[in-house]
Ligand binder design. Structure first.
Ligand code: ATP
Ligand code: MG
Length: 503
């Protein structure tokens, strides 16, 4: 069989940032009508390579050949005009604009008199959105959409450019299973039309499910590129991490003790109702459910970022009220938020300051901040979570997506709380670090921490939880013990079946 024609080549790309050699002689060959996975650990250089392609970064060396001719794109709009569209890992939507304004940003349809033709914009947006099976009003503000919907709108936008090459940087990391299925269908449809897609992902089932070819990067270097059909999962992981990794979900047996934390009858109009559960020492309690089941809303209400209409929260049997996250943190309840861009990492601060933020007291002796202690704690977590950074004084904005997430996790752990709430703890995290984080969670439970974990990944919920609460549309539909939690039962509860109906 002859190979499809080459549409794009990146050759010997070299990219240096201060203190970091992000890309060292990296090449990529993209063919017509293929889905091309670019994989590697957090910080391997995947996003950087694509940012070089779309003209956001100008490389220190190497060349790009597009359609057989040397090309050097100077800006994202330059690249879009040439038919290459990138959906960024950190979306660049204008949050205070509507969905349709975002889709048509910079190329708004005009009326004959030259003003913006909002009617056409609305009609065209509606057609695009329904074409992708997306139930979103074009008139809603982007900031009012969930992360998942924002992501899908970005994809609709790329499709609307009729691009020949579409780059998706971890497109599914914030989506639910049904949304992922929809997205992957779209990817297949685009491929069938002869488009080429670069697909950055940490998820094996996506790489082996939809991708034709895969290029592996490690530490900024090219490792291999081959047809997915010539690869197996173990081999691919070894290429990425250069060693065998420990088993996934290495849950250790922890001694489960007394109730540490309890909520009774939590309700908030339109979001959740009658939520009651108790969390014990040494226990990992999983909150399962589909996207939109109200899980994040519940934990945000616990933390004090959302007001409760009704219900009570208890810590060691004493009623507490959290008006804001600071209250909760002061009492030893800390959360790793789902949307770490919005609520998590302080991009302008250093890695060190981010990690120490919630526990500066640990570094104070006799009223003075001890630099040595600061260094000790920040270095400890940089090592433990293998945060890839030039130094602990690097600003977080310069870290790769996955490494920024690790910083937020490090901060929470460093604060040494009694109750840890993790909202999608391993989203966007590479396979190896994921296993490390699972190990760490397990250890924390053994140390007697009480852990509440939200995860949309069934395998993670099943693998890590001692007990699982399943939610559907803001209500608890089922509670399962570790032993009885097969995926079929979890799913039945998640779609709204109750105790008696589940088989
Ligand atoms: N603007 C920048 N300034 C300094 N260093 C940077 C900058 N952008 C990226 N880097 C560094 O380059 C390396 C590669 O980062 P990149 O974002 O490409 O990784 P990635 O493979 O996309 O990882 P992830 O899976 O976490 O998204 C990292 O060490 C990162 O800290
Ligand atoms: Mg990235």
């Amino acid at each position: 069989m002859t190979e499809p024609e080459i549409v794009l080549e990146m050759k010997h790309i070299d990219m240096r940032f201060q203190g970091v050699h992000a890309l060292d002689d990296v090449s990529l060959t993209l063919r017509r009508g293929e889905v091309h996975a670019v994989v590697g650990e957090n910080g391997a250089g995947k996003s950087t390579l694509m940012k070089v392609l779309v003209g956001l970064y100008s490389p220190n060396g190497g060349e790009i050949v597009f359609d057989g001719k040397p090309a050097r794109f100077r800006s994202v709009s330059d690249t879009q005009a040439a038919g290459i569209c990138m959906i960024f890992q950190e979306f660049n939507q204008v949050k205070h604009m509507t969905v349709m304004e975002n889709i048509f940003l910079g190329r708004e349809p005009k009326t004959r008199t030259g003003s913006i033709d909002y009617r056409k914009m609305l009609r065209d947006s509606e057609a695009l959105l329904t074409g992708m099976g997306l139930d979103v009003s074009p008139r809603i503000f982007v900031r009012d959409l969930t992360v998942a919907k924002q992501q899908l709108v970005e994809i609709v936008k790329a499709v609307s450019y009729n691009a020949r090459i579409i780059i998706m940087d971890e497109p599914t990391s914030a989506l639910s299973d049904t949304e992922i299925a929809k997205l992957l269908d779209t990817v297949s449809a685009l491929r069938a039309e002869g488009k080429s897609i670069v697909f950055i992902s940490h998820k094996m089932e996506e790489i082996f499910g939809v991708c034709d070819r895969v290029t592996v990067l490690r530490d900024g270097k090219f490792v291999a590129s081959d047809l997915v059909s010539n690869m197996d999962e173990g081999g691919l992981i070894r290429m990425m991490v250069d060693r065998d990794i420990s088993a996934m979900f290495p849950k250790q047996e922890a001694k489960i003790g007394e109730v540490v934390f309890e909520v009774k009858g939590l309700s908030r109009k339109g979001e959740f109702e009658g939520i009651s559960f108790a969390l014990k020492r040494g226990e990992i309690l999983g909150l399962a459910g589909l996207m939109g089941a109200g899980r994040t809303e519940i934990v945000e209400a616990i933390m004090g970022t959302r007001r409760l209409d009704a219900g009570e929260i208890f810590l060691y049997g004493k009623r507490i009220v959290n008006k804001m996250p600071g209250d909760a943190i002061g009492k030893g309840i800390i959360m790793v938020p789902e949307d770490r861009k919005r609520n998590g990492v302080a991009l302008k601060l250093s890695v060190r300051d981010n990690i120490l933020m919630s526990a500066l007291r640990k570094c104070v002796r006799n009223g003075f901040i001890r630099r040595k202690l600061e260094k000790k704690y920040s270095t400890e977590y940089i090592d433990k979570l293998e945060i890839k950074t030039a130094s602990d004084s690097q600003v977080c904005a310069n870290l790769s997506g996955g490494n920024q997430q690790k910083v937020v996790i490090a901060r929470v752990l460093n604060a040494d709380p009694d109750v840890i709430i993790l909202d999608e703890p391993t989203r966007g995290i590479d396979v190896k670090t994921k296993a490390d984080i699972h190990n760490l969670m397990s250890q924390l439970a053994v140390q007697g921490k009480a852990i509440l974990m939200i995860s949309s990944e069934l395998a993670e919920v099943q693998g890590m939880s001692d007990r699982i609460i399943v939610l559907h549309e803001g209500r608890i539909t089922g509670t399962l013990d570790r032993g009885e939690a097969d995926s079929n039962r979890i799913m039945q509860y998640a779609v709204g079946k109750t105790e008696g109906e589940v088989v």
